[in-house]
Design a protein around this ligand. Structure first.
Ligand code: PEP
Length: 250
């Protein structure tokens, strides 16, 4: 079965509840356009806006930007998976580079979160990617290998098949310095090979996204690549018009 293209907006720490609601209302038109194009779309708002966005457009895929791996306990400021499930959220971004950089997230903690999501039958968008220093030292594949191997450790093949992995070179996130389509394809196909080594045939089903300064002007080029199944988009996903242009240009 062909892998459906996926365009996902990561809103980071942007948009109030009211602003998220306004986008969610407009997203009904975006969803129509995406469906006509055969593309799946979704957004990841801040925790506070999740329920509002989901209720405003119940057909839109809505992801949390993070979660804790424990169900409850003494983890001040954290949100657990049962809390997300209670408000109907079943997708979560795991291991975004901003979480790895600013909140000491490691492949080990990502693994705990992925295992907990698997136990709850929720879909992850697992982010991997190298820093500029690692890129310049030609360590990209080594870094990716560790993030994929450790992050996905112990998951079932059937679960991996339904999961989404996003290759996001840290040096390209929010910098306007997007990776070339050749780099994106090289690393996305490398990730698919790693998944194949670890889990076999399901590698054909895993959707692998590119993320890093994707804009309406460059989205098409990435999505033409064989192993790039979509994009995780930050800045260009915040405005309805820009999200619309991303869908139109795929
Ligand atoms: C992101 O936040 O995952 C991202 C890729 O951001 P941007 O598109 O702004 O580079």
């Amino acid at each position: 079965m062909a892998r459906r293209k996926l365009l996902f907006g990561n809103w980071k720490m942007n948009k109030t509840i009211a602003e998220s609601k306004a986008f969610a209302k407009e997203s009904k038109k975006l969803l129509k356009l995406a469906t006509a194009k055969g593309v799946d779309i979704g957004v990841a708002p801040v925790y506070l806006s999740l329920e509002t966005v989901r209720k405003t457009n119940p057909k839109l895929t809505v992801a949390a930007e993070n979660c804790h791996f424990e169900d409850h306990g003494a983890f001040t400021g954290e949100i657990s998976i049962p809390m997300l499930k209670e408000i109907g959220i079943d997708w979560v971004i795991i291991g975004h580079s901003e979480r790895r950089t600013y909140f000491a997230e490691t492949s080990e903690t990502c693994n705990k979160k992925l295992l907990a999501l698997q136990a709850n039958n929720m879909t992850p968008i697992y982010c991997v990617g190298e820093t500029l220093k690692e890129f310049e030292a030609k360590k990209t594949k080594k870094v990716i290998e560790e993030q994929v191997k450790v992050g996905l450790k112990g998951l079932d093949a059937a679960y991996v098949a339904k999961s989404v992995i996003a290759y996001e070179p840290v040096w390209s996130i929010g910098t306007g310095k997007n990776a070339s389509k050749e780099i994106a394809e090289d690393i996305c196909s490398y990730i698919r090979k790693l998944v194949d080594k670890l889990y076999g045939n399901v590698s054909k089903n895993v959707r692998i996204l590119y993320g890093g300064s994707v804009k309406p002007e460059n989205v098409h080029a990435y999505l033409l690549e064989k192993d790039v199944d979509g994009a995780l988009v930050g800045g260009a996903s915040l405005k309805v018009d820009s999200f619309k242009a991303l869908i139109e240009n795929i």
